[in-house]
Design a protein around this ligand. Structure first.
Ligand SMILES: C[S@@+](CC[C@H](N)C(=O)[O-])C[C@H]1O[C@@H](n2cnc3c(N)ncnc32)[C@H](O)[C@@H]1O
Length: 368
């Protein structure tokens, strides 16, 4: 017999299972959480609740920090935080989200860059344009992106401009509106759009995205500055969490590790790597593939990260892991890492930020 909604909900943690009405997208992606799309992030309200439940005040670590949800929420909730990620773009994004800015300097730099962009007449870029740019962008869009890129180094807040550039590059790709997450081939001609139920055209320029996202970023950074706790700081570490020295003692961990075969965390931001020339460490990314050997490597890899994390924890500090462990890999992972599972609860995920819609559950594991 099919499980009724009631029976289902009795087994899950209702306080952590928000409906769309409780927590609309605008709230889930408040202030800097929306500086750039990222597939596979958890929501700040979940981090907020888990910190309040499990982590005494102090310093929090996320060894798979991704787009920085844990770090940003930790700063808002009054903790110091450190986050590690193997993907350079994620680290750039986290640094931009968590840095403290002089808002006047930031605003004048962004407005200056936009004024220079306004004066750009669209001339062809000097030198050769990469294959990726030629394939995925209309010539005008590529020229505008490359012009903006040529400005970046002139500013103190170059990293903020880099994130704006990446976000605009994502929107300006020659893709269909309904396939922005996983475009396979460039869309060069008008197409029937399932999302808008009409004929749409692929994007031909980047300028309007650069403008819109510069102003949006500024507003979001200012909004976060108003709510973050005073005197709290975040540290971002780029590297393989199996080997990094996290450099502090932590009062707790809140993390959501990658899961086998789901998301390629470098590939989803390919345009950013192409445009910004960031270092790629694809071979160190955990969770690639779901074959039997890939699963064995995954178990070993995540266990190695958690064992490394353990060495940086204060005595008794909790390790809070959010995961949809449908293959039941985590009992073995925790054991190998020398952690003991203390508590486990399930939450219903109404709709994950930046993910496809649909019924989805995940577990929260509390280990020490
Ligand atoms: C599920 S995501 C984390 C998302 C994050 N909770 C958020 O809200 O943005 C997992 C992250 O682990 C990172 N990762 C994969 N292998 C890693 C490794 N060996 N060391 C550090 N980070 C790694 C990926 O790049 C990815 O960003």
């Amino acid at each position: 017999m099919a499980t009724t909604q009631d029976a289902l909900y009795r087994r899950i943690d209702l306080d952590l299972s928000w409906s769309e009405r409780d927590l609309p997208e605008r709230v889930r992606t408040k202030h800097v959480h929306r500086l750039h799309p990222y597939l596979g992030k958890f929501i700040p309200q979940l981090v907020e609740a888990l910190l309040a439940r499990h982590v005494p005040k102090g310093r929090v670590l996320d060894p798979f920090a991704g787009s920085g949800t844990t770090l940003v929420q930790a700063l808002e909730s009054g903790y110091d935080a450190s986050g590690a990620d193997v993907a350079a773009f994620n680290c750039l994004l986290m640094r931009v989200k968590t840095r403290e800015y002089n808002p006047f300097v930031l605003e004048s730099e962004l407005r200056d860059a936009l004024a220079r962009l306004d004066g750009f007449e669209g001339r062809r870029p000097d030198g050769s344009v990469s294959r990726f740019l030629r394939d995925w962008y209309a010539p005008r869009a590529a020229a505008e992106l490359l012009f903006f890129r040529s400005l970046v180094e002139d500013y103190e807040h170059a990293d903020v401009l880099r994130v704006v550039l990446a976000r605009a590059a994502r929107s300006a790709r020659r893709t269909t509106h309904f396939d922005l997450d996983f475009p396979r081939t460039p869309q060069r001609s008008p197409y029937w759009c399932h999302k808008h139920r009409r004929e749409c055209r692929p994007v031909g320029e980047a300028r309007r995205f650069l403008r819109r996202y510069s102003l949006d970023t500024l507003a979001r950074v200012k909004e976060f500055a108003r709510v973050r706790a005073r005197g709290r700081h975040a540290t971002v570490l780029h590297g393989d969490a199996r080997e990094l020295d996290f450099g502090a003692r932590f009062d707790g961990v809140v993390t959501s590790p990658p899961y086998p075969g789901l998301i390629d965390y470098h590939e989803q931001h390919r345009y950013a790597y192409e445009l910004l020339g960031l270092e790629e460490c694809r071979e160190l990314e955990l969770g690639k593939g779901s074959s039997r050997p890939a699963l064995a490597a995954y178990v070993e890899g995540i266990a190695a990260v958690l064992a490394n994390v353990r060495g940086s924890l204060r005595r008794g500090a909790p390790v809070v892991i959010v995961i949809n462990d449908r293959r039941e890999l985590y009992p073995e992972i925790l054991e190998r890492a020398g952690l003991r599972l203390e508590e486990r609860y399930r939450r219903h995920v109404n709709r994950r930020t930046g993910r496809r819609a649909g019924e989805y559950f995940e577990d929260v594991l509390i280990a020490r």
